[in-house]
Design a protein around this ligand. Sequence first.
Ligand SMILES: Cc1cc2nc3c(=O)[nH]c(=O)nc-3n(C[C@H](O)[C@H](O)[C@H](O)COP(=O)(O)OP(=O)(O)OC[C@H]3O[C@@H](n4cnc5c(N)ncnc54)[C@H](O)[C@@H]3O)c2cc1C
Length: 450
Amino acid sequence: MNRRDFLKILGASAAGTSTLTAPLARAERAPRVVIIGGGVGGATTAKYLKLYAPQTHVTIIEPKREYQRPYGSSEVITGQIELEDIVISYDDLQTRHGVEFVHEAVESIDYDARQVQTNGGTRLDYDRLVVSPGVSFDFDAIEGLTAELAETKLPHAWDAGDQLLVLKEQLESLPENPTVVIGPPPNPYRCPPGPYERAGLIAQWLLDRGDTEARVVILDPKNGFTTDYTMLHAWNDLYDFNLPEPARSKYSDEEWAQLTVHEKTGPIEWVMGELGGRILSVDAEAMTVEAEAGTFKADMINIIPPLKAGQIAIDQGLADDSGWCPVDQRTFESTRHANVHVIGDSCIAGAMPKSGYAANSQAKVLAIQLKALLAGNEPVEPVFQNTCYALAGNTDVGMFVADVFRMDGDTIARVEEQRYLPFDATETEYRLAALYQHNWMKAFTEDCFS
Ligand SMILES: Cc1cc2nc3c(=O)[nH]c(=O)nc-3n(C[C@H](O)[C@H](O)[C@H](O)COP(=O)(O)OP(=O)(O)OC[C@H]3O[C@@H](n4cnc5c(N)ncnc54)[C@H](O)[C@@H]3O)c2cc1C
């Protein structure tokens, strides 16, 4: 055994593995919870479990030494923030909360032995396993799109990382008055208002550069999106955007009559699903996108492929045919494997969206449920919440969707209440919403990671 192997075993042992020590009977030792993924869901679960049940041995397995938050990351592309502004340290989770880390990637799960194995050879025993590995991308769904192209010519930049910088560089190198094509994914996907916020940010960036004839074409497989009611209205005011006729159903007759029909339209065009927005293929050489509505020649292409659960969840049989992981929605315990809980973007959580806020809310509930389950008690009846903030493009104009969720039978259901800014919201309310987003980002990050 060389020194590196010895240190690896030593490190793994400190993190709670049984590799070196004779295993104690489960009842005789502190309960062990292992968490796959140190993103929003994993970090929040770890922190709150240590707060609620400090005796629990909590280990996060996460390959990266620092987290890069996907939430609020589009602003790296348009230069409001730098890449280093989205980097988050794991120091507080370790020093303040006593969470242990193994910086490796999980490769397999032995459900019978209740053990996970990493690519670094570490094996960890668990009493309960939490799986929060985010998302993976279905490149095969769009002809011409590949994982390799996503790193170079056609970045999706939907999971933070260097792709954001590639997209930023592409944006800054665009010719005068370019055409940018943005392809939002079909439902469900992480951050429902996100692709439209990105389109707005890019449109504003081009206008600020003086490109009055630029086009930002959104080729969308869907006929609507969360916050569309507010976003389309804001674009109508800010960017001389004309709403497509089928969008009329989103507004009352009185509201529709108040929207302006612009003679000369601005940069944003939204080709919704029923108008042929679904993308069929992309040609990275010719820089063309083939949609049902026809061929679009572009100077920059940002297609976000259809999303699925994190690859490890799929590889380890936690996902069903939908590509996402079915769970008992009270406890997030997998319906496929006992003692394993899937949260965050990877799980199927009824009416809850795939967002950081939702992952954080699920994680706090899960921490309470784990404390109960590990002590042999009954789980509690959960309540969840979510708020997704978005910018219209102009960073002083914000909006949100705010929801509370309760159980309806075995399914998480949305409580029907006003969830958007009202149609007649004032300029100040839009400005405040932008400010809330800014402050939320900071407070939320602290709630998850500090
Ligand atoms: C542009 C954009 C803007 C967004 N804006 C918002 C917003 O304003 N508000 C909001 O609420 N949400 C927003 N989101 C969504 C939010 O970022 C995600 O919903 C959230 O990060 C999901 O948390 P998660 O724990 O499921 O996954 P992640 O936070 O992605 O964490 C998953 C972690 O698992 C790790 N992992 C994966 N595989 C393995 C493995 N095999 N072994 C060990 N670790 C592994 C990964 O390295 C990663 O660190 C936005 C997303 C994008 C892309």
